[in-house]
Design a protein around this ligand. Structure first.
Ligand SMILES: NC(=O)c1ccc[n+]([C@@H]2O[C@H](COP(=O)([O-])OP(=O)(O)OC[C@H]3O[C@@H](n4cnc5c(N)ncnc54)[C@H](OP(=O)(O)O)[C@@H]3O)[C@@H](O)[C@H]2O)c1
Length: 269
């Protein structure tokens, strides 16, 4: 006897041979800032696997070249461009170069970010400025030139990678929490400006994800954080990449101005 699951599989197989599956991506040129990072890498891989052309920006040349070679060995063709996203002129130059090489960018993931943690009493003006310019100014610097190509194409997907700590604040992170909360304000304003042009703008707010950033936290503090996560584990970069890939799909055009918490239930608002 054929089970319901087998019937569903047969329908799915027939669909795959006759019509494209609902999730099949139209190939796009995607720019992922911070693509060489722990989360950024998984976002790049996921978008490339969906059939997109993926470029990333980097500052650290040695790291970026090794990253590209490692991913090429795994079968991924990714494009790397040197660019300090905290610098507006450099960002404009890099966007032009990517478009000249690969075509108009219609998917943008702003994932570049840094932390410089300390309490406000001890925070220098440089530590404040560095975090704001790398995490928040960078979103303006890259989105501004990329938006022109999205408007010309009447299609765009912008995903800003914020943080749980932009939602709830965090001791020792006044600079980072301010920048990450600011990203979502940017998302909501821009989402309204471009909604009628086929462009969506959303924020993804990861909780604690098991990357070098988390491995740098002393073990007792790490275990204390983990005990507060209802799902009982740190997130994986793949958890964040999964949400990003969903938001950039054609079928996600009705989701805009949203903040998708990806934190294992650690913070709910
Ligand atoms: N890991 C977590 O648990 C966690 C949780 C919540 C949110 N987030 C956010 O998620 C995003 C990705 O995190 P991640 O773990 O992938 O970070 P990561 O491993 O530290 O990587 C950061 C990336 O950003 C790039 N970058 C930073 N400043 C840049 C600049 N001015 N110009 C160009 N590139 C720059 C770095 O490139 P170079 O190395 O070449 O400088 C690197 O590729 C960040 O925005 C982070 O704040 C992370």
């Amino acid at each position: 006897m054929t089970t319901a699951v087998q019937k569903a599989q047969t329908v799915q197989q027939n669909n795959e041979t006759n019509t494209p599956p609902a999730t099949q991506a139209v190939p796009r040129v995607c720019l992922v800032t911070g693509g060489t990072g722990g989360i950024g890498t998984e976002i790049c891989k996921r978008l490339a696997r969906a059939g997109h052309v993926v470029a990333t920006t980097y500052r650290n040349e040695e790291k970026a070249k090794a990253w590209k070679a490692q991913l090429a060995a795994e079968g991924y063709t990714l494009h790397i461009y040197k660019c300090d996203v905290a610098d507006f002129e450099d960002s404009q130059r890099a966007v032009k170069a990517i478009v000249a090489d690969l075509g108009p960018i219609t998917v943008l993931v702003n994932s570049a970010g840094i932390t410089r943690d300390t309490t406000l009493r001890k925070m220098s003006h440089d530590q404040w400025r560095e975090v704001i310019s790398n995490n928040l100014d960078s979103v303006f610097n890259i989105t501004r030139p990329v938006l022109d190509y999205m408007l010309e194409n009447n299609f765009g997907r912008i995903v800003n990678i914020s943080s749980i700590n932009g939602q709830k604040g965090q001791f020792g992170q006044a600079n980072y929490s301010a920048a990450k909360a600011g990203m979502h304000g940017f998302t909501k304003a821009l989402a309204q400006e471009v909604a009628k042009k086929g462009i969506t703008v959303n924020t993804v707010s990861p909780g604690y994800i098991d990357t070098d950033m988390i491995q740098g936290v002393p073990e007792p503090i790490r275990l204390g954080i983990m005990s507060q996560i209802p799902v009982g584990r740190f997130g994986k970069p793949e958890d964040v990449a999964h949400v990003v890939s969903f938001l950039v799909e054609e079928g996600s055009g009705f989701i805009t101005g949203a903040n998708i918490a990806t934190n294992g239930g650690h913070f709910m608002d």
